[in-house]
Design a protein around this ligand. Structure first.
Ligand SMILES: Cc1ncc(COP(=O)(O)O)c(C=O)c1O
Length: 400
């Protein structure tokens, strides 16, 4: 008999990490694979942030901190919400965790009773359904097709809500689609949510700074202030400041929820690394020019990938509005044969084929709840992306 808890039997390991591991395994065998599986900025953390961490460590900021985060970091976050999002939160309404992932985990752990439902507009971030299941909840996947811009509509939302709905997850710009919601989109969703007071809203805004074509970011909190007492705004420094390995995420929300999340944290990890918190203060309060530079680089890579993929017969790609992924449609490859005679039954088969024959690691759409697509990360150099597109093109051209 297994001693592993049964609820883990329905939880899958991260699909993007699995894609990366498959690429690494091939590389270990000497195959030259381009890994576009995992999504993290390829830039080094800006130097002034590293200097602040160095200084903090030397100055003795090396002890446990308050579970919710230091006063300094929570004030810096409150300042960020005011300045960048027009949101008014006190330091006590804010909690810091080891990445936005842990924030989401803590929020779900604090709120989900067995069988509670979380509405996940698909395509979704791979970790959402797995965390919901792990904590006893039921993911309610709402497919949001390309024709609606990969966005959930008020009608789809209304249809998905039941008396057991505990959460609606929103993610903008979205991973993997890059979809962004306008203020009026959000207000229209807010009007539906106003009728269902049992629903909490988790707005994952971690890609807010990676936004293209001059778009302005509007936080869910700004669009729907009347829902403030049941909205959790999730963010972090991983993507905006090229700080994935520092593991700092944060959230602002209603005091009882933030307090519960911080209690969970105090009994699980005590606090986030004190030095990483000091670095976060420098990231949020310091110069922001690197953030703009990263955005420009991501924009030009997005343009390159959209141009390149659209030239490939058999693939489609609506231009991502933000984030650093391309969610590539491969419907016309399904049912066709590879040169080795393997039928491409689904997007997992397409992704496998691109890895084995094209030597490019991607993640199949099935992992994000909307098929047939595959995701590539565009957070790598233009040179690598150009080579990857050439390889994908060559592999797709051989499908009969
Ligand atoms: C939508 C989304 N939310 C959260 C995260 C996790 O961020 P963090 O590094 O802060 O845990 C990711 C990372 O890929 C993501 O894509």
């Amino acid at each position: 008999m297994s001693y592993i808890v049964s609820r883990l039997s329905v939880v899958k390991p991260s699909a993007s990490m699995a894609a990366s591991q498959a690429a690494k395994a091939l590389r270990a065998k000497g195959v030259d694979v381009i890994d576009l599986g995992l999504g993290e900025p390829d830039f080094p953390t800006p130097l002034h942030i590293i200097d602040a961490a160095h200084f903090a460590a030397k100055a003795g900021q090396t002890l446990y901190t308050a579970a919710a985060g230091t006063v300094e970091v929570r004030e810096a976050i409150a300042g960020k919400f005011r300045r960048e999002n027009g949101l008014d939160y006190a330091a006590d309404d804010i909690v810091v965790a080891n990445g936005a992932k842990q924030i989401i985990f803590n929020a779900l752990m604090a709120t989900l009773e067995t069988g509670d439902e979380a509405i996940l507009p698909a395509p979704y971030f791979v970790s959402y359904p797995e965390m919901v299941k792990l904590l006893g909840g039921t993911p309610v996947v709402v497919e949001c097709p390309e024709t609606s811009g990969f966005r959930i509509t008020p009608a789809l939302l209304e249809k998905a809500i039941t008396p057991r709905t505990k959460w609606l997850f929103l993610n903008m710009p979205g991973n993997p689609s890059g979809a962004v919601y306008s203020e009026s989109d959000l207000k229209a969703l807010g009007a539906v949510l106003a009728k269902h007071p049992q629903v909490l809203i988790l707005s994952d805004e971690i890609y807010e700074h990676i936004l293209f074509d001059g778009r302005e970011f509007v936080s869910f909190g700004k669009a729907c202030p009347e829902l403030k007492d049941r909205t959790l705004i999730v963010n972090g420094v991983s993507k905006s400041y090229a700080m994935t390995g520092w593991r700092v995420g944060y959230a602002a929300g209603p005091a009882p929820l933030v307090k519960a999340m911080s209690t969970i944290q105090s009994q699980s990890c005590t606090s986030v690394c004190s030095i990483a918190q000091a670095a976060t203060v420098a990231a949020l309060n310091g110069p922001q020019d690197e953030v703009a530079r990263f955005r420009q680089a991501f924009q030009s890579r997005r343009n390159l990938v959209v141009g390149g993929i659209r030239k490939i017969d058999g693939l489609t790609l609506p231009a991502p509005e933000g984030a650093f992924y391309a969610y590539i449609g491969c419907a016309s490859l399904i049912g066709r044969k590879t040169p080795k005679g393997v039928v491409l039954e689904d997007d997992a088969a397409v992704s496998n084929y691109l890895l084995s024959e094209g030597r490019v690691a991607s993640v199949p759409g099935v992992a994000y709840g909307l098929s047939p697509y595959f995701r590539i990360s565009t957070a790598t150099s233009e040179e690598t992306l150009t080579e990857a597109i050439a390889r994908i093109n060559a592999a797709v051209a051989q499908v009969e």
